[in-house]
Design a protein around this ligand. Structure first.
Ligand SMILES: [Zn+2]
Length: 288
């Protein structure tokens, strides 16, 4: 959500005296400042996807530098580690999340213990040495030094403890895409047209947001593999959900019929024929 929209939405909740305990946003610096100064009793968290996106951009840029191409095969592991840091710390302990995060600096050099007091040892199984030989980064190399600078930068130190461990903004973003479907930005809509479409989008979203994962006839869960454009050929595994339902349409039709039946309709009559289209009066050139 853009900054002004977010601020307006929060102000409205404030007026209605709704207490906000936690708010999850992207990493927008101005929003962070505004929330810190205005909502002193609210916990502000960052959506992991947005933090991962910024980090990945820096890692990709570094992997394109001279002597740094062996970083490429680490990028996915590092961003996965970021998600793991948050999802494995449900109580949101910021110090713990930071230590878990910084353990990757050791891990990439094949050091799996001695990370810190809260998180001393990696939790993964012992690694197969024949597999790992080609993967580890050598301490003292250019790529290792520069990578460490990115992973332990002031930004990361500040943002990692603020990662959202539960809810993410992806649900809200999915809602925005439903709005785009019902009210495409390319079409200029009247106020009431827009309002109706937003209400329809909300009805559709609320009915379908919690759909279960689809199953094969033998009961296995269905997944699909997609190749998002922003991942440059890399894939994402996604749950296939059951088909959307449209029960709200039936409800709306029933509500409309009930409403019309109890409203006294004035006697209506169509007066004469509809006028011809405006362009009929224009001079039509010969097609040839
Ligand atoms: Zn490790």
């Amino acid at each position: 959500m853009e900054k002004e929209g977010l601020i307006r939405a929060i102000q409205k909740l404030h007026q209605e005296q709704i207490d906000i305990q936690t708010i999850i946003t992207d990493r927008h610096v101005q929003i962070k400042k505004w929330i810190r100064e205005t909502m002193t009793s609210t916990r502000h968290c960052f959506d992991i996807w947005h933090v991962a996106k910024g980090l990945k951009k820096k890692l990709v840029a570094l992997s394109k530098e001279k002597e740094c191409d062996n970083l490429q095969r680490w990028i996915k592991s590092i961003t996965n580690h970021l998600y793991w840091v948050a999802s494995s710390t449900p109580d949101g302990n910021g110090d713990m999340m930071l230590q878990k995060w910084e353990s990757i600096v050791n891990h990439i050099k094949n050091i799996h213990h001695g990370h810190g007091t809260l998180f001393p040892v990696c939790t993964h199984e012992p690694l197969d040495p024949s597999y790992s030989k080609k993967k580890w980064l050598k301490p003292g190399t250019k790529v290792c030094g520069k990578l460490e600078m990115i992973l332990t930068s002031t930004y990361m130190k500040r943002d990692i403890p603020m990662l959202s461990t539960g809810q993410q903004t992806s649900c809200l973003e999915a809602y925005h895409s439903v709005i785009n479907h019902f009210a495409p930005k390319i079409i200029g809509l009247s106020y009431h047209g827009m309002q109706s479409r937003l209400l329809l989008a909300a009805l559709h979203f609320n009915e379908n947001v919690g759909r279960a994962q689809a199953l094969f006839p033998n009961g296995d869960k269905r997944f699909s593999i997609i190749f998002p454009k922003q991942k440059n050929g890399d894939f994402t595994v996604r749950q296939v959900k059951t088909q959307c339902t449209f029960n709200y349409v039936e409800d709306l039709i029933s509500a409309t019929i009930a409403h019309v039946q109890c409203v006294q309709m004035p006697y209506c009559k169509i007066n004469g024929e509809a006028p011809p289209p405006l362009c009929q009066n224009f001079v039509h050139p010969e097609k040839s």
